[in-house]
Ligand binder design. Structure first.
Ligand code: ADP
Length: 493
């Protein structure tokens, strides 16, 4: 047996103080079918394609269920159902009645919150703490919030009248499956539109559970249609002539394809795309609080967040302290079973995504970056990545300019406020950012000059349905959340 070095001994002792007995969330109350059809016109319907694909648990690599793969004919059926429901039911219904249905969806979501949280963690790999405490409550909160707007649309823009657009085609990614569905569906319905939603191919299950909830809430058939499939299904939805508006969250590459394909069609669109958020820590910041915020911003949720704080700028005088404290804190993070309530970092969403992250780790090292990973043990099956940080990186390093979508942090130093702002803005993305300082004046200066849609001060990743979210530059077009998120589903007349 290899003799342990003194350093390893210290690490083991340090880790042992953080060992917890397993505390897995129960799966007994969860019902998952072995096969799911498409949710069209209020019913689960077998796909015209006759094809199905597997959705797997990324923590165990086992199949959870098979899910229908919608082709163009299926998309057409869903869009026609949505159009019919729009023309004959939803657009004619008094707004306060629409509001009641949306409230009902919110309430059933709350009632089934535990079930939804477990399924979200099984299908997507995120730690149950995240899905239980953040994703599901926030998703329900979005339905509650927009339900309140349904009968107040006339007051949304004082002095003008507005009307709904018609049928919205909505495409969402795999990082916040149910929450993204809520961000899309709730404002669309409140504004009087009907919907065809396509969840991501690796995380379709909570959207399909939402279809069951929609049935339970007795929403008129066709108002919400949920179709599953991969990129080709998404493209068919984008290109369908019966769609009035596209709402997309996903990669900048696909966002650009969508923009090109709908150019000149008159379809309205909102795009929430990639990000490469900068956190800036000034020497006067509460360092422990900042370190906790950085860890929350990039490591929790496996870095699978478009607003993940993946770039860190630290004022030179506190650089060593911040890096040391970050490494200490990383060493305590528990990577493993997403259903365990102690887990900090769950599984990477898919084998493909893990491959992409590993590729970036190699690139970082080859570019001369100094890589540090925590020493935690990883489960033998499933897709995992230890929390990772890079120092000795530059503004041109690919790991600090490209979106990795994994628990990988690139750290650089700065000396002046101006330098920090310049460096943080030197990127094609502009979704979010964070500033850590004791001085209010610095917060105002930095937040007013950072070119990003959302900037948190002395905190990170805080969300609320009343607050708009969206990007500058290649991070997207339009806002979701709040009144701003309602407007892209309305037309002023
Ligand atoms: P990510 O990198 O987060 O997976 P993608 O942009 O690839 O982001 O995927 C986000 C969503 O867009 C998924 O639901 C995916 O199936 C869908 N999608 C992928 N390609 C296309 C396309 N060409 N047109 C429309 N939707 C697409």
């Amino acid at each position: 047996m290899k003799k342990k070095s003194k350093k390893e001994d210290v690490k083991l002792k340090f880790n042992s103080s953080w060992e917890y007995a397993p505390a897995p969330e129960s799966k007994d109350h969860v019902k998952i079918n072995s096969s799911y059809d498409l949710f069209i016109n209020g019913k689960f319907t077998a796909p015209d394609s006759g094809k199905y694909f597997d959705t797997i648990n990324p923590a165990t690599e086992t199949k959870i269920a098979k899910v229908a793969d919608a082709n163009e004919k299926d998309v057409d059926k869903a869009v026609k159902a949505a159009r019919n429901a729009y023309d004959n039911v939803w657009s004619k219904m008094p707004a306060k009645e629409r509001g009641k249905y949306i409230y009902r969806i919110a309430r059933v979501m709350q009632e089934r919150a535990r079930e939804l949280a477990v399924i979200e963690s099984m299908d997507g790999g995120k730690a149950i703490r995240e899905s239980r405490d953040i994703d599901i409550p926030l998703a329900a909160a979005h339905f509650f919030y927009y339900a309140g707007w349904a009968d107040k649309i006339d007051y949304a823009v004082p002095g003008s009248k507005s009307r709904s657009l018609g049928v919205a085609g909505q495409i969402i990614p795999w990082n916040f499956p149910l929450l993204m569905a809520a961000w899309k569906i709730a404002p669309a319905l409140a504004a009087g539109n009907t919907v065809v939603l396509k969840p991501a191919e690796t995380t379709p299950l909570t959207a399909l559970k939402l279809a069951e909830i929609i049935q339970e809430a007795d929403l008129p058939p066709g108002v919400v249609n949920i179709i599953t499939g991969a990129g080709a299904t998404g493209a068919a939805l984008v290109n369908h002539p019966g769609i009035d508006k596209i709402a997309f969250t996903g990669s900048t590459d696909v966002g650009k394809i969508i923009q090109k394909s709908i150019a000149g069609t008159g379809k309205k669109y909102t795009l929430e795309l990639g990000g490469k958020a900068a956190n800036i820590i000034f020497e006067d910041a509460a360092i422990d609080q900042a370190v906790e915020g950085i860890v929350n911003g990039i490591f929790f949720n496996q870095g699978h967040v478009c607003c993940a704080g993946s770039r860190l700028f630290v004022q030179e005088s506190v650089m060593d302290t911040v890096v040391r404290k970050l490494k200490d804190r990383m060493e305590t993070l528990i990577v493993g079973d997403p259903l365990d309530k102690n887990t900090d970092i769950g599984a990477i969403n898919s084998k493909e995504q893990l491959g992409k992250i590993k590729q970036y780790l190699k690139i970082g090292v080859n570019e001369g970056g100094e890589m540090y990973q925590s020493s935690c043990a990883l489960p033998s099956k499933g897709f995992w990545c230890r929390p990772t940080l890079f120092t000795n990186v530059s503004q041109s390093s690919r790991i600090v300019t490209e979106e990795i979508f994994g628990p990988v942090l690139g750290i650089q130093s700065f000396r002046t406020v101006e330098e920090a702002i310049e460096k943080a803005n030197n990127i094609p993305y502009g979704l979010s950012g964070g500033v850590w300082t004791d001085k209010g004046s610095k917060i105002f200066k930095v937040t007013s000059q950072l070119r990003a849609g959302v900037i948190w001060a002395n905190t990170y990743n805080k969300f609320d349905p009343t607050s708009p979210f969206g990007g500058y530059k290649e991070s997207g077009v339009g806002r979701e959340g709040g009144l701003h998120g309602l407007m892209p589903y309305l037309e002023l007349v």
